[in-house]
Ligand binder design. Structure first.
Ligand code: GDP
Ligand code: MN
Length: 408
C-alpha cells in the first residue's frame, strides 16, 4: 500500500527526520491561510498524488504570495495530474500540501528497499538526488551506493557514516545525517515498509539537512498489525477495479489486455498469464478466488471480472484441491442466470469433483466453451478474442455448445 508524501513526512517526523514546516489543505482558501500561518516569503504548493515525477508534471510549484498559492491550488484541485509514472489517465488531486520554501544547496538521494535478490533490506544513496532512481540507475549507476543491512545486526553506525561520506557531506553534517538515516531505517523496519524514499534529501544553504520529499509503501500482509497505517489508504489514488475487489474480500489485479481471468491461486494465475501471452493474447485482469470458494463467492468474482469494460472474453481456470469443481460450476451457472453474460466464456476445470462440475456445465445448456488443459483454455480464449475482432458475418455463432472432453 502506498501513502501520500505528507503522510510519509508525518511518520518520518515522529522518527526524528527534519523537514520544512508545512500543512495539508483541501481548498485554495485554506492554502492561502496555511501559507500565512507558516510565515516567511515563499512557499511550495505540492499536489498529493500517489506518484513521483510531480515536479516536472506541474504538480510542485514555488509561490511568492498567499494570492499566488491560492491560484496554484485552484488549478491543482480536481485536476488529474499525469506524470511519467501515473499512466495516461493520471491521478486526481484532492489534497495539496503547502510547505515553506527551502533554500537548496544540494539535492541528494536516500532510499530503503527490500531487495529480493539478496533477501535483505538495502539502503541506497546517491549524491545526485532530485531525479528518479530509475533514471539515476540508467544514466549514473556508479553514483549509487548500495548498503545491505544484515538483519541480525541492523543498520550500523559505521554504515551510516560511510553513506554520509559518499554523499560528500561535511564533517559537521555527519552526525545529523546519521540521525536522519537511522530515523528513516527505524520507520521502515518498525512499520513493515517495503519502500522508503527521501528524494531529494536536501542540504540547505545554511548547512542543514531536510527531507524535501518523502515516499513510503507498506507490506499489505503486515497491515493488520498497523491499524494506524491502514487508515492512511486513499482509494482515490488506487485502481478502482482493485480496491472494489478488495472491499469484497477478493484479490484482484488489473492489467491492460482484453481477457478477464478467474483463477484459484497466485501461482496458477501467473502460469495462466504466461499461457495467454504464449497463445498471442493479453489478459485484462486476474482475480484469485482463493481456496474453498463457495458458489456465491464464484458469482461475486464473476461480477468483479465482468465489471471491467475492457474484458471481451472470460477465462475460468480452476485447479481444485481445496476447491470443488462442482461449486465453481454452480457459481458459473448462477452467474449466467443473475448477470446478462454476453461475452464468450472459456472454462477449464481440473481436480476435486471435476466430473460433477463438468456435468453441471453440460446440463445447464449454456454456451460455455470448455477445455481440459491450461494451454487449450488459453488458446480458446485467445481464439475467441480474435473471432470477435472479425466482421460480424464471418464470426461463428456465439459460444460453442459444451463438449465433454475425456480427462487426460
Ligand atoms: P516529485 O517530482 O514528485 O519527486 O516531487 P518533489 O517533492 O521531489 O519536488 C520536485 C523538485 O522540486 C525537487 O527535486 C526540487 O528541485 C523542487 N522543489 C521542491 N520543493 C522545493 C523548495 O522548497 N525549494 C526549491 N527551490 N525547490 C523545491
Ligand atoms: Mn521527489
Amino acid at each position: 500500500m502506498d501513502i501520500h508524501e505528507y503522510q510519509a513526512k508525518e511518520i518520518l517526523a515522529r522518527f526524528g527526520v527534519p523537514m520544512p514546516r508545512g500543512g495539508l489543505v483541501y481548498s485554495p482558501e485554506q492554502a492561502a491561510y496555511r501559507a500565512t500561518e507558516i510565515g516567511g516569503a515563499a512557499w511550495v504548493a505540492k499536489a498529493q498524488v500517489h506518484s513521483g515525477g510531480r515536479g516536472e508534471a506541474g504538480g510542485v510549484k514555488l509561490c511568492r504570495s498567499d494570492r499566488e498559492i491560492a491560484d496554484v491550488a485552484n488549478i491543482l484541485f480536481g485536476h488529474r495530474l499525469v506524470t511519467r509514472q501515473s499512466g495516461p489517465a493520471g491521478k486526481p488531486v484532492f489534497r495539496v500540501y503547502v510547505e515553506e520554501a527551502t533554500d537548496i544547496a544540494r539535492e541528494l538521494y536516500f532510499g530503503i528497499v527490500l531487495d529480493r535478490r539478496t533477501e535483505q533490506v538495502m539502503v541506497i544513496a546517491s549524491a545526485e538526488g532530485g531525479m528518479e532512481i530509475e533514471e539515476l540507475a540508467d544514466s549514473n549507476p556508479d553514483t549509487l551506493l548500495r548498503t545491505p543491512i544484515e538483519p541480525a545486526l541492523g543498520f550500523l553506525e559505521f554504515q551510516a557514516r560511510e553513506i554520509a561520506f559518499a554523499l560528500r557531506l561535511e564533517p559537521k553534517q555527519i552526525a545529523q545525517a546519521s540521525r536522519v538515516f537511522h530515523g528513516a531505517y527505524r520507520a521502515f523496519r518498525d512499520l513493515d515498509a517495503t519502500m522508503l524514499e527521501i528524494n531529494p534529501l536536501v542540504v540547505t544553504r545554511d548547512g542543514g539537512l531536510v527531507a524535501l520529499d518523502a515516499k513510503m509503501s507498506f507490506d499489505d500482509n503486515a497491515l493488520f498489525r498497523h491499524p494506524d497505517i491502514s487508515e492512511l489508504r486513499d482509494h482515490s489514488q488506487e485502481d478502482a477495479r482493485e480496491s472494489d475487489a478488495a472491499d469484497r474480500g477478493l484479490s484482484y489485479v488489473g492489467l491492460d489486455g482484453d481477457i478477464g481471468c478467474m483463477i484459484n491461486g497466485a501461482g496458477l494465475a501467473m502460469a495462466t498469464m504466461d499461457m495467454i501471452k504464449l497463445a498471442g493474447g493479453e489478459p485484462a485482469n486476474f482475480l484469485d478466488i482463493g481456496g474453498g470458494a463457495s458458489p456465491e463467492r464464484v458469482l461475486k468474482a464473476f461480477r468483479a471480472v465482468l465489471q471491467d469494460s475492457n474484458v471481451k472474453v472470460m477465462l475460468v481456470n480452476i485447479f481444485a484441491g481445496i476447491n470443488r469443481c462442482d461449486w465453481v460450476a454452480e457459481g458459473i451457472v448462477s452467474a449466467f442466470k443473475e448477470i446478462d453474460v454476453k461475452l464468450p466464456v472459456v472454462v477449464r476445470l481440473a481436480g476435486t469433483h471435476v466430473e460433477l462440475g463438468k456435468q453441471i456445465l453440460r446440463e445447464s445448456g449454456l454456451p460455455i466453451v470448455t477445455a481440459d488443459t491450461l494451454a487449450e483454455a488459453a488458446e480458446k480464449a485467445v481464439e475467441a478474442t480474435v473471432a470477435l475482432a472479425r466482421p460480424i458475418d464471418e464470426r461463428p455463432a456465439n459460444g460453442t455448445p459444451v463438449r465433454d472432453h475425456p480427462i487426460s
